[in-house]
Design a protein around this ligand. Structure first.
Ligand code: ADP
Length: 475
């Protein structure tokens, strides 16, 4: 891929420019509907005049939002590749520098470069770094500087009039809720597309894309293996799935094997999860640090289960003898009708935060591991379900199947409300774990010694341990 030579040296430092990206929609798998929407834009970009005659114009801005590693950059490059247009990329964080005036002048440079090769594509990754709400809290400083940069983006986007000088601006962010609403107005980023985590079928499709250049014993074997990995790799992003295949390739080469086998794939999957092969249920094989972390996780989950018992599912026992994403705490299943109240949905959210909260408390925020990541995922899902599917929150009374049903304004509202619920859940959980810190320590010690604990024993510790009173946390 040739890099555009005519960019000045100073620009080249923060703009990466490619004459053609060489990426197509075939490189992106899963979430086919996203491709269908973007394909339409590509068609307009390619046949500008024909569409113009019919009064159909290309949007000026497309905003891709979703978690990191889900393929937003890939999609932006695919649009450029499919339309055969040059691609100019910068990162929102590069605009925000310590020197006054840099942000605005860099934005100007970026647009000027792209315009001189128009029609072309601009991609601004992490656009929230520069495009967050004005007048909000100035996290990380540089507020005035950022504001100048944001204003410059708005000016540049409003400046394209002629279709022939078309520059399509693609932004990417994982925080739609903090973006300045001015960016989302008509004539700016008026096409907003959510790029979410792939479904099971999506994961399989992504694995197939990245298995194209890998060797397997046979096509049938490859199909079976990839299906199994897609099943196991719940909540993985495209980037993580790609890593699994790369890692499996490396493991295979290291063993001097010709084909990737099940063993290599499973090992790569486990590495990606941050867990280890332990030889099933063999507690002595769990590394010491992981054992300690698991014990704290189970202890925190146990204390929360005592504090906010789930009325329809009393807990029975827990252990630290196996490594699983979800806590090992076991629950009784009550037969008959379950009668779930709103408070229980919220308490479930508070309980789900326990592994994350205790890990931060005991190991520090810079020392979190996959245990926290899995808890965050679980809590986010619960919050989303409460907001979208119960009609019990300020979000409104309607039912939404998922994120992708939402128009942009509602999506932003969802993110803001979810943030609020998550914050409450996290704070409440912290407060309970601090109050019962002594119980947490005792349960952790017992788990480390015996490996397991029954409900009665847990409740005994919970009731008799000294408590440290905490300030109230209210919803
Ligand atoms: P983001 O910009 O959302 O953080 P990237 O586009 O940088 O994510 O993704 C990193 C890499 O992960 C991509 O280059 C691609 O190889 C792989 N990847 C992510 N999502 C997908 C997908 N849906 N299909 C195929 N590959 C993917």
């Amino acid at each position: 891929r040739r890099v555009l030579g005519s960019l000045g040296k100073s620009r080249a430092k923060f703009i990466s420019a490619e004459e053609t990206t060489g990426i197509t929609f075939d490189d992106f798998a899963g979430q086919e509907y996203i491709k269908r929407e973007l394909q339409e834009i590509v068609r307009i970009l390619k046949n500008d005049e024909e569409f113009q005659d019919k009064g159909i114009y290309c949007p000026k801005g497309v905003l891709l939002y979703g978690p990191p590693g889900t393929g937003k950059t890939l999609l932006a490059k695919a649009i450029a590749g499919e339309a055969g247009l040059p691609f100019f990329a910068a990162n929102g964080t590069d605009f925000v520098e310590m020197f006054v005036g840099v942000a605005a002048s860099r934005v100007k440079d970026l647009f000027a470069s792209a315009r001189s090769f128009a029609p072309s594509i601009i991609f601004i990754d992490e656009i929230d770094a520069i495009g967050s709400k004005r007048g909000g809290p100035d996290i990380g400083g540089g507020g005035a500087e950022r504001e100048q940069g944001l204003l410059q983006i708005l000016t540049e986007m409003d400046g394209f009039k002629e279709f022939t000088s078309q520059v399509l601006v693609i932004g990417a962010t994982n925080r739609l809720d903090i973006l300045d609403p001015a960016l989302l107005r008509k004539g700016r980023f008026d096409k907003i597309i959510r790029v979410g985590l792939p479904s099971k079928d999506g994961r399989l499709a992504i694995l197939k894309v990245h298995a194209r250049n890998k060797f397997f014993q046979s096509e049938a074997e490859k199909d079976t293996l990839l299906k199994e990995i897609a099943e196991l790799a719940e909540a993985f992003t495209g980037a993580e799935l790609q890593n699994i295949l790369n890692e499996a390739g490396i493991l295979t080469a290291r063993k001097d094997k010709d084909y990737i086998g099940r063993e290599e794939l499973i090992e790569a999957l486990k590495r990606q999860m941050g867990t280890f092969e332990t030889g099933q249920e063999d507690s002595t094989a769990v590394p010491e640090e992981l054992r300690l972390r698991l014990a704290y996780r189970e202890a925190a989950v146990a204390v929360l289960a005592c504090f906010f018992p789930n009325p329809s599912r009393p807990f029975t026992e827990t252990h630290i003898n196996s490594i699983r994403d979800r806590p090992n705490m076991q629950y009784e299943v009550t037969a008959g009708r379950v009668f779930t109240k709103k408070t229980e949905y919220i308490n479930a959210l508070v309980r789900a935060c326990a592994p994350r909260v205790i890990e931060e408390e005991m190991f520090g925020v810079n020392n979190l591991c996959w245990i926290s990541a899995k808890a965050t995922l679980e809590a986010s899902r619960l919050a989303e379900r409460l907001i979208l599917q119960t009609g019990m929150t300020a979000f409104g009374k309607a039912y939404y199947r998922n994120h992708s049903d939402l128009v942009p304004s509602l999506a932003a509202k969802l993110e803001a409300l979810r943030e609020e619920y998550m914050r409450y859940a996290y704070d409440k959980c912290s407060s309970v774990l601090r109050e019962y810190h002594s119980a947490v320590e005792t349960i952790t010690d017992i788990l480390l010694q015996k490996g397991e604990m029954k409900a009665a024993e847990i409740l005994d510790v919970y009731k008799s341990a000294p408590r440290i009173p905490q300030p109230n946390v209210n919803p």
